[in-house]
Design a binder for this molecule. Sequence first.
Ligand SMILES: Nc1ncnc2c1ncn2[C@@H]1O[C@H](COP(=O)(O)OP(=O)(O)O)[C@@H](O)[C@H]1O
Ligand SMILES: [Mg+2]
Length: 594
Amino acid sequence: MSSLFYLNKYLVKYKWRLILGTIFIFISNIFFVQQPEILSEAINTISGQLESGEENTRELILKTALTLSGLYMLLAVLKGVFLFLTRQTIIVMSRFIEYDLKNEIYDQYQHLSFNFYKKNATGDLMNRISEDVSKVRMYLGPGIMYTINLFFLFGLILYKMISKNPELTLYVLLPLPIMSILIYFVSRVLNKKSERVQFQQSLLSTIVQESFSGIRVIKSHVKEKQVEAKFNREAENYKRNSMNLAKTNAFFMPTIILLIGISTILTIYIGGLQANAGTIERGEIAEFVLYVNMLTWPFASVGWVTSIVQHASASQKRITEFLKEKPDLDENANEDKSVVFSESINLNNVSLTYENSGVTALNGITLSIKKGQTIGIIGRTGSGKSSLAYLLMRLLDPTEGKIEIDQQELAKLNLERWRHLLGYVPQEHFLFSDSIKNNIIFGANSDEISDEEVYEYAKNAGIHETIMHFPEKYDTLLGERGINLSGGQKQRLSIARALIKKPEILLFDDCLSAVDNETEEYILQSIKSDLTEKTAIIISHRISSIKYADTIIVLDEGKLVEQGNHKELLAQKGIYYDTFKRQEIQAKEENKKP
Ligand SMILES: Nc1ncnc2c1ncn2[C@@H]1O[C@H](COP(=O)(O)OP(=O)(O)O)[C@@H](O)[C@H]1O
Ligand SMILES: [Mg+2]
């Protein structure tokens, strides 16, 4: 329950809607509880008129009936109007809070670092912002509304009944405690069962989703039957659980109606005795019967509301967990927006150990990257190349050692500014489900980008020709509803996106791996001419991507093992030399192929 206190700040923010909504609920209930009195009035007046035996009885009765039923309807309309206003305030408030909460979570997501995303599954992140928030909204909207309604309605009805006839009230309310206990227990059972159903449902949709996205694997391994059998098994479980829930549910409403029925019988019996004795009028019996029935729905909804509250508090607990998560990089360490890079990037004895796996990906790296230089970084898979890129992007901070930009420590610079200087093409490229043009423009620092500029950078990335061959050229949609690009095309598009940013420093993480040698050469040449003043850090496992670099470093198991230019490194006859020889033989063999 206490996790829901977190939402109080939003209730305070929208306090006027909540207060107004509460007032509207009260007013609508005031009109509602007048209705039984009108009925009682009608019965009493009409039976009086019947017994009086006057000549114009018919007209009198008609008149009473018309006025009182008119009044009754007027009350119903007024009640409806205020019910409408209640929904307009409280339900709308819950929608506003839903919106705010989603923004708050989304904002937090944007600030949380790389490590957080490695730790938490995407599905989980999605669930917090969609399912969990909507469960919380159910509490803020219907949950709060029905609870307030129950209190007012019960209070008003109790007041009406007691002021009319305390003795009858006592009898009428006799079954109520039993009802409350029953509702409490049944709703607990209902909650447990509906949780099981929900769990089974999400299991089922995971199976379905995986069998669709993995359809190629399933078909190629001829596993359709097994997958189907698994689905059937879980679907069967789902059916059993749902039936089980339906049974309890089916038992719930009739029980309430039975108890209300007992109340009604008691009212009529005791009321009848009292009317016989002349202590009350006949109309009052009808009035009390109506009161009792008016309480049915609010009481029946108690179970539902408790389950809403329970779900919401579980959901809010999960949400708060994420909101409390502190970004592990201090992004605003320096409010000073200007970050200049005019001399060099220096790594002093930098090491990086991943918290989760305990792997030391980088071990005592000391390196200086001068402005304007092109640096090549080469090494086997797992040698720590990408980790070095993460450090330079400051997606992670080193566990030991320091990275300095000019003379300033990177960790003390304004992160946003620093990242603006870098054009990073990650190893795992990612494109949005949007047009090719928008995917390129995404990288730009300014909003005003002409088409010509987009073409120019696409040309530099060696992808312009390919794009022009698509039927819709730069407006071609990518992703789920669009076309699929090949690995090399995606890489080149990611490069165009980095280039259009006009960064000071280019950081390519193995992003030419799926591009053929010729295109690779072309891209490297075209960015070189664009790069006279700029710094480039090119990570690769292929010699061809980096052999022109001013300095090449070789990483092996996280250590910097060789350093120099292409010629120097070949002369050293170390890892670089071996790699070169091996790749040369491979290239020759490939050329021999028809
Ligand atoms: N997010 C991570 N969490 C834990 N270990 C990681 C993570 N990323 C990389 N590693 C580990 O760090 C080492 C270096 O990986 P990486 O920098 O990706 O190498 P490369 O890019 O040269 O292939 C590997 O042993 C890898 O398993
Ligand atoms: Mg890598």
